[in-house]
Ligand binder design. Structure first.
Ligand SMILES: Cc1cc2nc3c(=O)[nH]c(=O)nc-3n(C[C@H](O)[C@H](O)[C@H](O)COP(=O)(O)OP(=O)(O)OC[C@H]3O[C@@H](n4cnc5c(N)ncnc54)[C@H](O)[C@@H]3O)c2cc1C
Ligand SMILES: NC(=O)c1ccc[n+]([C@@H]2O[C@H](COP(=O)([O-])OP(=O)(O)OC[C@H]3O[C@@H](n4cnc5c(N)ncnc54)[C@H](OP(=O)(O)O)[C@@H]3O)[C@@H](O)[C@H]2O)c1
Ligand SMILES: Cc1cc2nc3c(=O)[nH]c(=O)nc-3n(C[C@H](O)[C@H](O)[C@H](O)COP(=O)(O)O)c2cc1C
Length: 589
């Protein structure tokens, strides 16, 4: 039997217990040792067994699923699989029929949608009726419990593969932002389920940190980067607060390309911690145990280790138990989904503790409801050629008021309010292969980046200038007011003067009675924009995903429809083809 504390879901536990029963005693010995170790990374194997063909199919937006797919292929090869990795962007549902064993790793974006590049595959799969009787699969779904449609894409793909007759060999693993432990146990379980003989080849070897002489910085070990400079980009009188932050990367070993993001590991600010301690009726001087960290003062753990703000069903479920609240249990009921959604809207954990734990909580009960504090991504706003050993960010401070409380975004206000020159910020690079300048420097580019969406285009233009690329560059920028919010205005003017920037079209939404947005500027320049596309231009969009990216997409389709004088369907196909050929790329959030 599987050790009780091994980190598997009930379904996975059942599958594994069944598989373990079918192994010989030696295999069983190895396996139970490995599984008991739980999150211990799979390490070297003695002799690979022939375990068959395996396709690791991933769908990603910010690269997590891709890096897990890469790790899965390497581990599978060690256990004797002939493993390859495939991007959902590059295959069709018909290809699935050619595979026998598939591990799917896919994230969810937007409001429960697939990653941008996986959308055609996803749509095709959901509407497919072709039987997949010979396919065996398991799904690892990446997501974030603070979103209502947690891991929706992985859930949909899991259900549809089964509907088409494929055999689920290991139960789906839904992972929150801190996915390491769930992923490792899912991979181990799935590989064993696909080829039980491969279990014999698993040796539980403890993870060893890299030698201290060559410290490796990255996601598991963020680099403490020194803040070199911070500057508020908006003028006095602006309703916005956008901070330009310059960080040092010297001796970090970290490198990036324009289009990549920087992940920042924030700390919670003192006022958020104070409000929470008050609500929970605690002092902060209590000592607690933090998993994988050790014993700490509660106040320090609230600052450094836990997500103490984002309210979700997962948090409320744990709070209902910790506070033994019947009212909250009722709100979590199947028939109260709409009421729960209304409650969560505009509220944070501090509100829920006030409402459902009026007598307070013990320090252990309080920290038991939290997940790990997740890093936040910021589009890199600098070219490494223009700023060697540095990385620059453009951060909009999130501040708003709901339910009678003023709120602050954790990471953006940590960077805007707390970080001063000389301080250190924990960071790592999150590569984004789906947002890249054209390989050929003579290709024209069109960039649409209102607000903080302009960040990667500062990097693009600097990079092309540094490379001496001959391609034309056209930027559409928008924000509220010309006087206060023209981010990097002097730099754009300089680029225009020296010819690096060929065209700049701006839309200041609140400088006149009618709103004017970047897509309005695109439409008024439709003829030229279409001519650039016909010349082979690449089209980029960055910034708000909720409204802007959708409206810009619609504007692009209508420009093609009118300028090419073709039907709406043909224009949609033209834009789809741009996407498919990687000439239309988006970095939206
Ligand atoms: C690939 C990528 C690139 C990004 N690039 C940038 C960038 O270049 N610059 C940048 O500034 N950001 C960027 N972001 C967004 C950034 O990662 C953070 O999401 C943002 O800074 C907010 O984080 P926070 O910790 O400050 O806020 P959080 O503590 O995470 O709070 C944000 C949450 O607050 C709530 N909220 C916010 N405003 C309101 C409101 N008005 N009313 C009610 N609720 C509200 C929402 O629930 C929202 O999800 C990027 C995101 C991604 C994924
Ligand atoms: N997903 C998110 O939660 C998310 C995404 C992006 C930004 N934000 C938040 O918004 C704040 C500022 O963000 P930001 O500086 O990047 O700028 P922004 O809010 O995206 O605004 C930039 C410009 O875009 C305009 N705009 C609004 N709706 C648009 C649409 N449908 N199409 C085209 N343009 C549109 C805005 O006009 P008006 O303001 O006049 O309407 C403004 O002129 C921050 O607090 C940030 O956190 C949140
Ligand atoms: C703008 C945005 C929207 C997201 N929407 C969802 C969502 O609806 N449901 C969910 O479970 N996770 C959501 N996520 C979380 C991602 O799925 C998660 O960060 C995942 O690790 C990303 O993996 P990837 O890098 O492979 O794309 C969202 C993340 C961002 C930044």
């Amino acid at each position: 039997m599987l050790p009780e504390h091994a980190p598997f879901t009930t379904d996975q536990r059942k599958t594994l217990d069944f598989l373990i029963a079918s192994l010989d005693p030696v295999q069983r010995g190895w396996l139970s040792g490995y599984l008991a170790a739980g999150a211990v990374p799979i390490a070297a194997v003695a002799a690979p067994v022939a375990a068959g063909k395996l396709t690791v199919l991933y769908g990603t937006e910010s690269g997590n699923s891709e890096s897990l797919a890469d790790r899965s292929v390497k581990e599978a090869k060690k256990r004797g699989f002939q493993a390859v990795m495939k991007n959902m962007a590059d295959i069709s549902t018909a290809d699935l029929a050619k595979f026998t064993n598939v591990l799917v790793i896919v994230s969810t974006w937007g409001d429960g949608e697939p990653p941008e590049t996986a959308i055609p595959f996803y749509k095709e799969l959901i509407s497919s009726r072709s039987a997949l009787k010979d396919l065996r699969f398991s799904v690892c779904a990446l997501g974030d419990t603070s979103y209502e449609k947690f891991c929706q894409t992985g859930k949909d793909i899991d259900v549809h593969l089964e509907t088409l007759g494929a055999e689920r060999v290991f139960a789906r693993q839904d992972c929150d932002v801190d996915y390491e432990e769930g992923y490792v146990s899912w991979l181990a379980g799935s590989l064993i389920a696909l080829a039980p003989a491969a279990a014999a080849a698993i040796h539980p070897v403890a993870y060893t940190a890299p030698a201290s002489s060559g410290v490796e910085y990255g996601k598991k070990n963020p680099f403490p980067s020194e803040a070199l400079d911070t500057l508020v980009l908006n003028g006095e009188g602006s309703a916005k607060e956008t901070v330009h932050l310059e960080l040092a990367l010297a001796s970090s070993g970290l490198s990036y390309e324009p289009g990549d993001s920087l992940a920042v590991v924030p700390v919670n600010t003192p006022d958020i911690i104070k409000a929470l301690l008050q609500a929970a009726k605690l002092k902060g001087t209590e000592e607690i145990e933090v998993k994988n960290v050790g014993r700490k003062l509660l106040a320090d753990a609230l600052r450094e280790d836990f997500d103490i703000t984002a309210l979700s069903r997962a948090v409320l479920t744990k709070l209902a138990e910790a506070a033994d609240s019947a009212t909250l249990r009722e709100l979590l009921g199947e028939d109260a989904k709409e009421r729960l959604k209304d409650y969560n809207d505009g509220r944070e954990i501090v509100d829920a503790i006030t409402d459902f734990a009026p007598n307070g909580l013990t320090a252990e009960a309080l920290t038991g409801i939290f997940r790990k504090l997740p890093p936040r991504l910021y589009s890199i706003a600098s070219s490494p050629l223009a700023h060697p050993d540095e990385v620059h960010l453009t951060v909009a401070a999130v501040r708003y008021e709901t339910n009678g409380r003023s709120r602050k975004g954790v990471c953006s206000t940590y960077l805007a309010d707390l970080v001063k020159s000389g301080d250190h910020v924990a960071v790592f690079v999150q590569p984004n292969k789906n947002f890249r300048l054209p390989a050929d420097g003579s290709t024209p580019v069109i960039m649409v980046g209102p607000g903080t969406g302009v960040a990667p285009f500062r990097a693009f233009v600097e990079h092309r200038a540094a490379l001496g690329s001959s391609g034309k560059n056209w930027l559409f920028f928008g924000d509220q007011h010309y006087t206060y919010d023209f981010l990097y205005q002097l730099e754009w003017q300089e680029h225009l003067k020296n010819g690096t920037l060929t065209r700049l079209d701006v839309a200041f939404s609140r400088d006149q009675p009618e709103k004017v947005y970047v897509q309005d500027r695109m439409i008024s320049q439709a003829k030229e924009l279409y001519a650039w596309l016909e010349e082979g231009a690449h089209f980029y969009v960055c910034g708000d995903a909720n409204r802007m990216a959708h409206d810009v997409h619609e504007a692009l389709i209508s420009i093609v429809e009118n300028q090419a004088a073709i039907s709406r369907e043909a224009a949609e196909a033209y834009v789809e083809a741009l996407k498919k050929s990687k000439r239309y790329q988006r970095d939206v959030y």
